[in-house]
Ligand binder design. Structure first.
Ligand code: PDD
Length: 287
């Protein structure tokens, strides 16, 4: 049996998974989403992802499409039906289907779509060499803490980075501050201190970022939650990015300029190892 998707109460073949043309996600990007990593069939950090979904829904006054326990069941069911061992589960909730009108519909029911995707582990070359990033202007709205499906500035920045042969775009505001990546959080290491932007409305509060900060707190590594500029990033000893799909990935150049030695740094590698240990613990606990 081929891959299935979940669409508003039904498991359907992925290729035939469809929503109505007047789904407000389609017309207005009026919805939110989550991406949860799956390793050995286990949803990693599932609860913080569901917490963030609840936060995003609450900020936009969109109702949960199903209760949280039911959503947990459906996520598990789809991962199992698709035999997903390593990859991502994507779920999005929109304000539902209604005749096009900017104001909220009085009666629409929130729509829920879930898909899964296989994803291989990062290649040895990527882990050995790190990835290049490209700086791009941050053109987003001031509520980046909401995981909205409205991602036009993010995709334009990622495409520009791709065309510059970079793996990711680091988004920079008019003052030269790096907020985050187009789909990842941004970090630098300077003089032994690990620095990442604080959790405000200016960034998406990444779940990988949150977990990594929690895990690193017990290691004695100095953690600083403050903004940093592109100039600081270029002068950093190390840089890396985090996300549910990349976990902790070394960044070894920005705009073609080497960061530190131009190789993944030791603090970055230590943090990646700490994060992966935590994933292993979660898998053991679930089995
Ligand atoms: N992106 N910042 C932005 C703008 C993001 O879109 C993401 C996630 C992150 C990292 O968050 P987390 O650690 O919770 O994945 C930071 C997902 C993976 C995506 O859009 O595919």
């Amino acid at each position: 049996m081929g891959r299935l998707a979940y669409v508003n109460g039904r498991y359907v073949p992925h290729a035939q998974a469809m929503v109505h043309v007047e789904d407000r996600g389609y017309q207005f990007a009026d919805g939110v989403y989550e991406v949860v990593p799956v390793i050995d069939g286990v949803l990693v950090d599932e609860e913080p992802h569901l917490d963030r979904l609840g936060y995003s829904l609450g900020e936009l006054k969109i109702a949960w499409p199903v209760t949280r326990p039911v959503l947990r069941l459906i996520l598990r069911e789809l991962v199992a039906k698709n035999g997903l061992q390593r990859g991502l589960v994507y779920f999005q909730v929109t304000r539902g289907v209604a005749p096009r009108d900017h104001k909220f519909p009085a009666t629409a029911k929130s729509a829920l779509v879930i898909t899964t995707k296989r994803m291989p582990a990062p290649s040895e070359a990527v882990l050995r060499d790190g990835v290049p990033v490209s700086s791009q202007p941050d053109l987003r709205w001031p509520r980046r803490d909401i995981k909205s499906i409205s991602l036009l500035p993010n995709i334009l920045a990622k495409q520009a980075a791709f065309e510059a042969k970079a793996f990711e775009a680091w988004l920079v505001d008019a003052a030269g501050v790096v907020s985050e990546g187009s789909s990842t959080n941004a970090w630098i290491v300077k003089d032994g201190a690990v620095i990442t932007a604080p959790r405000t409305h200016d960034i998406l509060g990444g779940i990988t970022r949150l977990s990594l900060l929690d895990l690193a707190r017990n290691t004695g590594i100095k953690l600083v939650e403050r903004s940093f500029t592109l100039a600081e990033a270029l002068a950093a000893d190390e840089a890396f990015l985090t996300s549910s799909s990349a976990f902790v990935l070394p960044v070894t150049s920005i705009d073609g300029k080497k960061i530190g030695t131009g190789k993944p740094g030791s603090v970055t590698q230590q943090l990646r190892a700490i994060y992966l240990d935590n994933v292993t613990r979660q898998i053991k606990a679930a089995s």
